[in-house]
Design a protein around this ligand. Structure first.
Ligand SMILES: [Zn+2]
Length: 475
């Protein structure tokens, strides 16, 4: 039987506020353990939480950017469970009345636009972090992360393939980065993704039993975990066995998911409104103010790249799919205002380099100004397009400017007819047979001679000039 996967994602994004969501403790990543704590985030008796306005502002921005409806009133609730990293014994989250609902995100998969529904976005606090000793039978807990503000973005079960899930996650991350409200770092856990996945016979409308996947801290792991889970569930269903509803952990080393625990139901958490916090009311004026403050988002930027810069849809999509890359592209344009040529280089050489090193553009030693100047040098005929690639390689390694590299390595194009003529004569003298062929009317041999000269000059001869020189000598 053919099966279809049904996938929904729950994404947690850590908001880039200076302080925690209900107290004034700093949120600096990597501080020594338990140095950013106070009675409020430790859940001491008698303390009261105070909501961080900036956290609400960031959450509203994300909700607006993903086409959600902002609730006129949302309520914080206590989610009760016991775990050593949760000193209060409950996590403050939003349950029945979340901050925003009914949004969507448009993604592109294989060039096809697709709308993925967003069920809700709510605010909540993060828990602490447990560290298990490898040498002794003890565990440690760091409460620095306790109370750091998060938004949880819950999607509709609208995705059917791992590729769609990854594209959706990329899209969300991209918007968070455009809004500058989350650093999007999956390895450090500031962006976390859990997936719900079930299989059903192709064409069926009823959902199958789902499992929840956790611990996937990169796009690659999300794709691999979903692919693995599809194979696992398909094998069980094909044998007529049942899927157990449970939470499973992705083990990147083994490339498998493992059962972690039976899935809790909402009633296990005994949610109730937090009596210490007032309902959150977003007045229309503030909402409008935040809407107006939204920066240009990826979709609008892609549109502008097409209409104003005349780029093809594909280029616009790729460049704006990564804010830093789009910023880089526009910075190169400042230096060399020819959009398609710049796009070709950014999508070609630059992206190839980033892929090879598996780094973001921030780590690239080639500044946008230097890339712009390199392209200008090609445009002016100082170097050929081929030599430009060699110069670019050198720029990647040294970070030097192109003029310096061209000068030091003597790579400037030879555009002096006299300098080329001597070498051209030698080539003709060494190939009497080809010269005879040319004189007999086989003019195509000219390409052979030019090729020889290009090889001798290591690509530095101006090709047009080389053609002229040979024509003159052979006439
Ligand atoms: Zn605190």
């Amino acid at each position: 039987m053919e099966y279809e996967a049904v996938i929904g994602l729950e994404v947690h994004a850590q908001l880039l506020t200076q302080s925690k969501i209900f107290c004034g403790c700093p949120t600096t990543f990597g501080a020594p353990a338990n140095t950013q704590i106070c009675p409020v985030c430790l859940g001491m008796p008698g303390v009261l939480p105070v909501l961080n306005r900036r956290a609400v502002e960031f959450a509203v921005k994300m909700a607006l950017a993903t086409n959600c409806r902002i609730a006129p009133e949302s309520v914080f609730a206590r989610k009760n469970y016991f775990y050593p990293d949760l000193p209060k014994g409950y996590q403050i989250s939003q349950y029945e009345l979340p901050l925003a609902e009914h949004g969507f995100l448009e993604i592109q998969v294989n060039g096809q636009p697709q709308k993925i529904g967003i069920t809700r976005i709510h605010l909540e606090e993060d828990a602490g972090k447990l560290m298990h000793s490898e040498s002794r039978p003890v565990s440690f807990v760091d409460f620095n992360r306790t109370g750091v503000p998060l938004i949880e973005i819950v999607s509709e079960p609208d995705m059917r393939t791992p590729e769609e899930a990854v594209e959706y996650l990329r899209g969300l991350r991209n918007i968070l980065l455009y809004l500058e409200i989350c650093d999007g770092n999956m390895e450090e856990g500031s962006l976390r993704c859990d997936a719900n996945i079930s299989l059903r016979p192709m064409g069926a409308t009823k959902f199958g039993v789902k499992t929840e996947l956790k611990n996937m801290n990169s796009f690659r792991f999300v794709r691999q975990a979903l692919e693995y889970e599809i194979r696992r569930q398909r094998a069980l269903l094909s044998e007529g066995r049942e899927i157990v509803q449970e939470t499973r952990l992705w083990d990147a080393n083994q490339g498998k998911t493992f059962s972690m625990r039976g899935k809790e139901e909402a009633h296990d958490y005994r949610y109730f409104p937090d009596p210490d916090l007032m309902p959150v009311r977003i007045n229309p004026g503030w909402q409008e103010e935040l809407r107006r403050s939204l920066p240009e988002l990826p979709a609008a930027r892609a549109e502008r790249f097409q209409t104003e810069l005349g780029l093809p849809a594909y280029d616009a999509e790729v460049l704006t799919g990564d804010k830093a890359l789009a910023d880089y592209f526009e910075a190169v344009l400042q230096e060399f205002p020819q959009p398609k040529q710049v796009s070709n280089w950014v999508m070609g050489e630059v992206m190839r380099e980033l892929k090879k090193e598996e780094t973001g553009i921030a780590a690239l030693k080639v500044s946008p100004q230097n890339l712009g100047r390199l392209l200008a040098l090609v445009d002016q005929g100082t170097i050929s397009g081929k030599i430009a690639k060699t110069v670019f390689e050198e720029m990647v390694h040294t970070g030097h400017d192109p003029e310096k590299i061209i000068q030091e390595k003597g790579l400037a194009q030879i555009s002096d007819a006299g300098a080329l003529e001597a070498q051209a004569r030698e080539i003709l003298a060494a190939h009497p047979k080809e010269v005879a062929e040319y004189k007999a009317g086989k003019t195509k041999v000219l390409g052979f001679f030019v090729g020889q000269l290009m090889r001798q000059t290591k690509g530095q001869a101006n090709p047009q000039l080389a053609n002229e020189v040979f024509r003159k000598l052979l006439s």
